[in-house]
Design a protein around this ligand. Structure first.
Ligand code: ACO
Length: 434
């Protein structure tokens, strides 16, 4: 097979005796893709692309990443600008509806989120059914799905209609309450009801840390750090969990079922679960007084991976990691916290960044490397780290689910395979098998 994509709007693929002219799709940032939609029908061939490293699964106008240059933009706005000037809920609106909200739109959105933060009272019984040792990601995905049982309109919804904004507000609001409830369950404390007078992050922190005998009031720096953390995690185009949400949503599964699937995909240690694993790795180095250089040698011998390092798309730096590193430094100094894991992380980064193994493979700290330091300073327990990522990613998942549902040419996701199993065999009755 030969491919000729010379400067034209088609590319010619030679498969055996068949020469096939295929359209080239060009994105607004001049990314080029060959549309192979007719390949199988015309040639009988399919493409094989393990891990989808070369496959565009959709056209999307939500988030742009240039992994070589370390660029990340939500709806055209650089992440650095948003991180400095915006808020999580403003960014959520931007991602879902495509434009920055006007003042009255944002106010309505924030108010609706405050008003929907309560869970149906009956849902408290579900929390009682989980053991205290349940991982909060398991609780989160289960409870997001369970929420739809209390809002049957969510199951009915096919097309995006006028009830959609309210549905979005319910989801974003309730996810934070579910997360805080699951934490309270795990530490054996009574759950705290959300307080509609508080903003999104304040309310979450109140749910996490207020006790029957003492109300927690967050420092403004802590609230801002959490808000920024959520913003930086809000979307990242076609990553594993977002692709899962799109895959599940492509069957026209409802919004809540699709979001629950995203939570499950995010949980894995190669994806969002890396933030928990990264801190556990740093703790292990500290606890066992390991020499960082020797740890790096073991990583190079492939005994284990350096968690929080490497990325499928970023090949220079992850801009979220750069912002989070600075944010964690600022937060620690403002709070006067001395985290013993920070110097270990810094040493690990310095050693890895000067080592050929990492340089040749373009392995740099990703978003999960320093996010844990920020979360620890806020007081979030390590088991909750991936839940925090999920709360942040919710607007991105919703935006992708919406974009897919609004696309009239979207089809159910149904990849093909190259079968490598046995060819047709005769059935041997059980007593006659060798
Ligand atoms: N530590 C050590 N070696 C690594 C690491 C790492 N963290 N990441 C990749 N490599 C090595 C691989 O072993 C491979 O080496 P080889 O060429 O000798 O075989 C090479 O670098 C290329 O790596 P791939 O696994 O092909 O990269 P891929 O794009 O498939 O995986 C991933 C990306 C999953 C992020 C990977 O870098 C990884 O496992 N990192 C650690 C987990 C992590 O931090 N995940 C969070 C990612 S960000 C996010 O999802 C929010």
């Amino acid at each position: 097979m030969t491919v000729d994509t010379a400067m034209s709007d088609t590319s010619t693929i030679q498969v055996g005796d068949t020469s096939l002219e295929l359209p080239v799709v060009v994105g607004t940032e001049n990314e080029h893709a060959i549309d192979i939609g007719t390949l199988r029908a015309k040639t009988g061939y399919i493409t094989l692309d393990s891990g989808y490293g070369n496959t565009g699964s959709c056209k999307s106008s939500i988030t742009y990443i240039d992994g070589e240059k370390g660029i990340l933009r939500y709806r055209g706005y650089p992440i650095e600008v948003l991180a400095e000037h915006s808020t999580f809920l403003e960014v959520a609106w931007l991602l879902i509806y495509g434009e920055l909200p006007k003042a009255d739109e944002l106010k309505r959105f924030e108010d609706e989120i405050k008003n929907h933060a309560m869970l149906h009272q009956d849902m408290r019984h579900h929390f009682e059914g989980f053991p205290a040792t349940a991982h909060p990601m398991a609780v989160l995905s289960s409870m997001i799905n369970a929420t739809s049982c209390y809002h049957p309109e969510m199951l009915e919804m096919g097309a995006i209609d006028e009830s959609f904004p309210s549905l979005v507000a319910k989801l974003i609001a309730k996810v934070a309450t579910i997360a805080a409830f699951s934490h309270k369950k795990s530490v054996g404390e009574p759950q705290r009801y959300p307080d509609p007078s508080l903003g999104y992050c304040d309310n979450f922190l109140h749910g996490m840390f207020s006790r029957p005998y003492g109300r927690y009031t967050a420092e403004p720096e802590v609230v801002r750090a959490l808000d920024q953390f959520l913003m930086l995690h809000a979307d990242h185009e076609q990553n594993c969990s977002t692709s899962t949400v799109r895959m599940v949503g492509s069957s026209q599964a409802n919004l809540f079922a699709s979001m629950a699937s995203g939570v499950c995909a995010l949980w894995g240690p190669l994806h969002g679960g890396a933030n928990q694993r990264c801190i556990e790795m740093l703790k292990m180095i500290r606890r066992e007084k390991l020499d960082v250089k020797k740890v790096v040698e073991r990583v190079k011998r492939k005994e284990f991976k350096l968690m929080g390092f490497g990325h499928r798309v970023y090949k220079s730096s992850d801009p979220r990691a750069t912002i989070l590193k600075q944010a964690s430094d600022d937060l620690l100094s403002k709070l006067g916290v001395d985290d013993p894991l920070l110097p270990i992380a810094q040493e690990l980064e310095a050693v890895a960044r000067s080592d050929d193994y990492f340089l040749e493979r373009n392995l740099y700290p990703n978003v999960d490397f320093y996010s844990g330091i920020t979360l620890r300073a806020i007081g979030i327990p390590v088991e909750m780290f991936t839940v925090m990522f999920a709360i942040g990613r919710m607007p991105g998942w919703i935006a992708h689910w919406k974009e897919q549902h609004e696309n009239p040419s979207a089809r159910i996701s149904r990849p093909r395979q190259v079968y490598t199993g046995a060819t047709e065999r005769d059935y041997t009755p059980i007593g006659q098998r060798a």
